[in-house]
Design a protein around this ligand. Structure first.
Ligand code: BG6
Length: 469
């Protein structure tokens, strides 16, 4: 549909941006914080350790002031489980509780709504040693952690997200550093049992949130991107349906309707990977009742039919993969790519928003979207990231059209508020509106600089998305 008259975005649209604890905070093993899987993993070759990152732990006041200067209405950040509970369970680290109290208060001082992610790729190492999400106990461990968050922050935090990109933990966890499949006989069995526990933990936490904090809103935060068929061949369409189910709908069907997606169920049967489901689990799933859907979107995927002879393989979060006999990765010739090889697809963003809304009819907030690039700091302290502005502009345009088409959008939080450490490509892959003056291994002075996109986004927020020039 070509839209000639766009509706305005809702007046209370939540403009902001996102970060995650392990990628931005630093101070990863100090101030009482225990190690998470991220802190004990071997970092990818050529990338920095996580001890400093953007040093948000010490500089949050300066950073939040800059976010306020841009006019943020919300700031999405995650709470490091092991800053609150160094061992994942048991004793609470008061310094950790205080830190997030301070961050929340600092946001509220400027009228910025905290949007808190409870889990962003950082399972406590102590629990991981025992088996992490593969143990049934992990469900209650996560619920216990969530309860502490609700008790301490529920008086001020109205918006909560459960688990960041649970689908990516299942599909590419090894790359993100959250799972080790060495020696595992049936990886599907292991991964989808863990997935079942996460789904259950998420459902329980959503219910608990509604009980403990009346009026609070909570939702999931998977990475959702529509999967295209490589052609109009019926077999390619079937392959796209398969990957859509495995990549996207499994997670939202369960979060919203409390049921396993039928195509995924068959896929699991074929791989002897049906998870162990206890009596009552499915009733719990049905009681989750999310208030909204948070989702990360970077680009779409494209697949073709596979006759079962291809070799299995997965890329990173956005590079698709091949599952023999189910779908095969296909390079979409219609899309440009970022410097880091991720496709750019604003129209696919709209298609994704439409599809999610049609399936689930819940308001949505974009919890990540953005462009990773090698930004350059000029001698006069500027960062001319017109490529990022262009990327964001084209995506925001699509939100406006989607809203005009009747899709309910609550807000937009691109990745990332400030430069941080990427999941596997280090500090030099930058996403922020705020530049952090450090290199991969040289910490320099860590000074903050406003990129060109900083000033541009400020104007976008000021005009509630009307002026994207
Ligand atoms: C998402 C994650 O997958 O993509 C973030 O939630 C991540 O943690 C972001 O940083 C961008 O990916 P990358 O690999 O470029 O850091």
């Amino acid at each position: 549909m070509i839209i000639k008259k766009n509706k305005q975005l809702p007046k209370d649209f939540l403009w902001g941006a996102s970060t995650s604890a392990y990628q931005v905070e630093g101070a990863n093993l100090t101030h009482g914080k225990g190690p998470s899987t991220q802190d004990v993993k071997t970092v990818p070759e050529g990338t920095s350790e996580l001890d400093v990152c953007a040093d948000f732990y010490h500089r949050y006041k300066e950073d939040i002031a800059l976010m306020a200067e841009m006019g943020f209405k919300t700031f999405r950040f995650s709470v490091a489980w092991t800053r609150i509970l160094p061992e994942g369970a048991g004793e609470i680290n008061q310094e950790g509780i205080d830190f997030y109290n301070n961050v929340i208060d600092e946001c509220l001082k400027y009228g910025i709504e905290p949007l808190v992610t409870m889990f962003h790729f950082d399972m406590p190492a102590a629990l991981d040693k025992k088996g992490g999400w593969s143990r049934r106990e992990s469900v209650e461990e996560f619920v216990n952690f969530a309860k502490i968050l609700f008790e301490n922050y529920g008086d001020r935090v109205k918006y909560w997200l459960t688990i960041n990109e649970q689908n990516m933990l299942t599909l590419v966890g090894e790359l993100i550093g959250t799972c080790d499949l060495t020696g595992v006989e049936n990886k599907y069995k292991k991964l989808y049992q863990e997935n079942h526990h996460m789904l259950l933990a998420q459902a329980k936490v959503m219910k608990l949130c509604h009980e403990m904090i009346p009026g609070a809103k909570i939702g999931p935060a998977p990475n959702i991107s529509l999967v295209y068929p490589a052609s109009c061949k019926p077999e390619d369409v079937l392959a796209a349906q398969n990957f859509n189910a495995i990549r996207n709908w499994l997670y939202l069907d369960m979060a919203v309707y409390g049921r396993y997606n039928n195509l995924v169920w068959k896929f699991l049967e074929e791989h002897d990977a049906i998870p162990e489901i206890q009596d009552g689990d499915m009733d719990i799933m049905k009681q989750a009742n999310p208030d909204f859907i948070g989702f990360n979107y970077y680009n779409t995927s494209t697949v073709e039919w596979d006759d079962g002879t291809s070799i299995a393989g997965s890329g990173d979060q956005q590079s698709g993969g091949t599952e023999p006999g189910v779908y095969k990765c296909y390079v979409n010739p219609n899309l440009l790519r970022t410097e880091f090889g991720w496709e750019i697809d604003p129209a696919g963003f709209r298609a994704t928003m439409r599809e999610i809304y049609e399936r689930y009819h819940l308001p949505m907030i974009v919890t990540e979207n953005g462009l990773g690039a090698y930004d350059k700091l000029t001698e006069d302290g500027k960062i001319h990231d017109d490529y990022r502005i262009e990327y964001l502009r084209r995506h925001i345009e699509q939100i406006k059209i989607a809203v005009s088409e009747g899709v309910e959008m609550m807000g937009y939080c691109p990745w990332s508020a400030i430069d941080l450490v990427s999941t596997h490509e280090g500090v030099v892959k930058r996403y922020g509106f705020i530049y952090v003056n450090r290199d991969e291994f040289d910490l320099k002075d860590m000074a903050r600089y406003r990129k060109d996109s900083f000033y541009w986004y400020k104007k976008v927020i000021e005009t509630n998305g009307e002026d994207l020039s």
